[in-house]
Design a binder for this molecule. Structure first.
Ligand SMILES: NC(=O)c1ccc[n+]([C@@H]2O[C@H](COP(=O)([O-])OP(=O)(O)OC[C@H]3O[C@@H](n4cnc5c(N)ncnc54)[C@H](OP(=O)(O)O)[C@@H]3O)[C@@H](O)[C@H]2O)c1
Length: 260
């Protein structure tokens, strides 16, 4: 080969082979597909769930049947003590993690005038405080990893607001500022923090929205369909990989072209 012609390295087949990841809320929905995708890329995966033990077991069995490593780890992320126990379990089973995907989230929808303090607190406790609890518990891992990654799953609703979702929209908007701040603080350790803001996605969460409201939402989506979880996972794979070494503090919308 002449000196002016450079060798183009082929894309590595399993870009996350030496990584350990934890995905909160990966017993179903978007989180489950993220767990599958990270495992497909060679990562060891801790599959967190709150109550759906059987489903989390099925996720890990699927991953193991495909020749990769996974463990189910129960913890209600809203409870710091449970999260601390989860850290110990993950460290015992898989060692320190490189990638934390803060995915678990819930909705309790009411118009603001009908929203109780409990409705507000329940959602903030999981979506925002749960993200704090997990990030806090795994911060040293992410900081000291050569490939440390914090990936927060927010929502287009955090950008736009949404009728009947003051609690949820606030929790998801908070993740933008959280991500940006963590990006600044992790930067000196060469670790990154980014945020994905999916649009409306076909999971149990969207199932809870009445059909007539779903129809109305769909009218505002230029690509004229809801996302599938598979539409979201490619960005998580990218952010977890070396290809995103120089990308931090960003919010990436995957929403079919919705304006915000
Ligand atoms: N679906 C959408 O339209 C949409 C759009 C934008 C953003 N998002 C965001 O994407 C993320 C995933 O949503 P999804 O639609 O996949 O939700 P989903 O189908 O309702 O699944 C939620 C997952 O989170 C877990 N979870 C809930 N509360 C938890 C807690 N306190 N501790 C630990 N795990 C908990 C559930 O575990 P169990 O099975 O054990 O209950 C489940 O695995 C959420 O952050 C959501 O806000 C969703």
């Amino acid at each position: 080969m002449s000196e002016s012609i450079q060798r183009l390295e082929p894309l590595e087949r399993k870009p996350l082979t030496d990584r350990t990841c934890l995905v909160t809320g990966s017993s179903r929905g978007i989180g489950r597909e993220i767990a599958f995708e990270l495992a497909r890329c060679g990562a060891d995966v801790a599959v967190n769930y709150r109550s759906a033990e059987q489903r989390a077991q099925e996720v890990t069995e699927t991953i193991e049947a495909n020749g990769e490593t996974a463990v189910p780890v129960q913890a209600d992320i809203a409870d710091p003590d449970q999260v601390q126990r989860m850290v110990e379990e993950v460290h015992d089973e898989l060692g320190e993690i490189d990638v934390l995907v803060n995915n678990a989230g819930i909705t309790v929808d009411r118009t603001f005038e009908n929203m109780t303090y409990e409705d507000w607190q329940t959602v903030i406790d999981v979506n925002l405080n749960g993200t704090f609890n997990c990030t806090n518990a795994f911060y040293e891992d992410i900081k000291s990893s050569e490939h440390g990654r914090l990936i927060n799953i927010s929502s287009v609703v955090g950008q736009q607001g949404n009728y009947g979702q003051a609690n949820y929209a606030t929790s998801k908007g908070g993740l933008f500022a959280f991500t940006r701040t963590l990006a600044l603080e992790l930067a000196s350790h060469d670790s990154t923090a980014n945020c994905i803001a999916p649009g409306f996605t076909e999971t149990d969460m969207l199932e809870k929205v009445p059909d007539r409201v779903q129809e109305k939402i769909r009218e505002d989506i230029p690509l004229d369909r809801f996302a599938e979880p598979e539409d979201i996972v490619g960005m998580v794979r990218f952010l977890a990989s070396d290809h995103a070494d120089y990308m931090t503090g960003q919010v990436i919308g995957i929403n079919g072209g919705m304006e915000w």
